[in-house]
Design a protein around this ligand. Structure first.
Ligand code: ARG
Length: 392
């Protein structure tokens, strides 16, 4: 599939908007307005000649950071300026492109994990050229993710991965085991044509960095055999900088405990572990009015934070991330920059009213020129765009 080209004047105006926003951040020492004007003339010529333009490294670096800053749904954006940006735009041209790309991603995981002191990194691969197929993408939603196997009676593993797991198996993946926490393989698409899935984590299990969940007081909880991986590393969103689309730009942050304890392991449509957690305390689950769900959520979330802390691995909680986000908003306001946000995402799934973000309003305008966007998965039949502003 080729992608419809944005008109050249659209790209140019998005490039201009990107540079304007850069200049509005004096604390990062942006280029002078003369430099910007000259650069925009150069970009206009390149657009005329090729239909796109090539970012200089400094543009890529600031652009990726700004895209993070512009991600309305992210509570961790106070760290935007420290994002490490890796320029991998030419790896797809190598004859050994698949192993080179796989190695680059393995290094990304290892360097981002940093022995537990997690660091945010984005690896930026080849940009889209209008009218051509994307040079490289992956089928994976995250680089580390558990499979979901459909059984006669239900699901073994993560229900969120069921469709994708079936896809990988159809593409030739033969999982060594089918347990609740089987890591998915990786699969590359070169010019939108699939390679066979590769089982990276059977070769390099040390890259998984899983945390076994234990509870500070309840020993029965430790028998549940719960765990989660340490590094959230999203691989299926598109990065756009000044009108140029990077369809493959995997990035990581660190977890907020509730993502694991109040969603991944707790949602009825995900691992659904709350009834098992409640049993460890002997709570009456016959009526929701006993608030056994709520009590179980709190204990499960304590276990997540306690276990990551014991393992010496970075994790945020909704209170400290809320406070840091609040400080970030205050700083932006002091610079006369309005901070955009999606209230429903910035609020945690538990105890929202105890965090500052609950008590604030946010404008949810999506910055169109420099941002991270959802996009149609490469491994599914193309679907018409949903019209959602967070979608490319
Ligand atoms: N919510 C997703 C998950 O539980 C991860 C999304 C990104 N999260 C982050 N902390 N950067 O796997």
């Amino acid at each position: 599939m080729t992608h419809p080209a944005a008109s050249q004047s659209d790209v140019l105006s998005e490039a201009r908007a990107f540079f304007d926003e850069w200049v509005a951040h004096p604390e990062v020492r942006p280029p002078s307005s003369e430099t910007v004007q000259a650069r925009l003339r150069e970009i206009a010529l390149e657009l005329d000649a090729t239909g796109t333009y090539t970012h200089r490294f400094e543009e890529l670096e600031f652009g990726a950071r700004l895209a993070w800053k512009n991600s309305n749904r992210c509570i961790g954006r106070h760290l935007w300026r420290s994002l490490e940006v890796r320029d991998q735009r030419s790896l797809h041209q190598l004859p050994e492109r698949e192993s080179a790309t796989s190695n680059a991603l393995q290094s990304h995981i290892n360097d981002a994990f940093r022995g537990g002191k997690i660091k945010s990194i984005v690896s930026v691969f080849a940009p889209r050229t209008p009218g051509k197929s994307d040079p490289v993408r992956m089928a994976n939603h995250q680089l580390i993710r558990y499979a979901g196997f459909q059984t006669g009676t239900g699901t073994t593993g993560d229900p969120h991965s069921v469709e994708q797991t079936a896809h990988f198996m159809q593409a030739g993946w033969k999982p060594k085991t089918q347990d609740p926490f089987t890591p998915l393989p990786w699969q590359f698409y070169w010019n939108e044509r699939p390679s066979p899935p590769q089982d990276v984590f059977t070769e390099r299990p040390e890259l998984l960095n899983e945390v076994t969940l234990v509870h500070p007081e309840n020993e029965a909880f430790n028998e549940l055999g719960l765990k989660w991986y340490a590094l959230p590393l999203l691989a299926d969103m598109a990065l756009k900088i000044g009108g140029v689309v990077y369809p493959f730009a995997p990035f990581n942050g660190y977890y907020m405990g509730t993502e694991i304890g109040a969603r991944n392991l707790a949602d009825e449509t995900r691992y659904n572990f709350l009834p098992d957690v409640a049993k460890c305390w002997g709570w009456d689950t016959s009526s929701n009015r006993s608030l056994w769900r709520d009590r179980s959520l709190v204990e499960l979330n304590r276990a997540v934070l306690f276990s990551f802390d014991q393992a010496g691995i970075t994790i945020g909680d909704h209170h400290n991330l809320g406070t840091q986000f609040e400080a970030f908003c205050a700083h932006e306001q002091s610079q006369n920059r309005e901070i955009k946000g999606d209230w429903s995402w910035l609020n945690p799934p538990i105890s929202a009213s105890q965090t500052p973000q609950f008590h604030r309003d946010y404008t949810n305008d999506v910055c169109p020129h420099t941002n991270f966007f959802y996009q149609a998965p490469i491994w599914k039949e193309a679907k018409p765009s949903s019209g959602c502003p967070f979608h490319l």
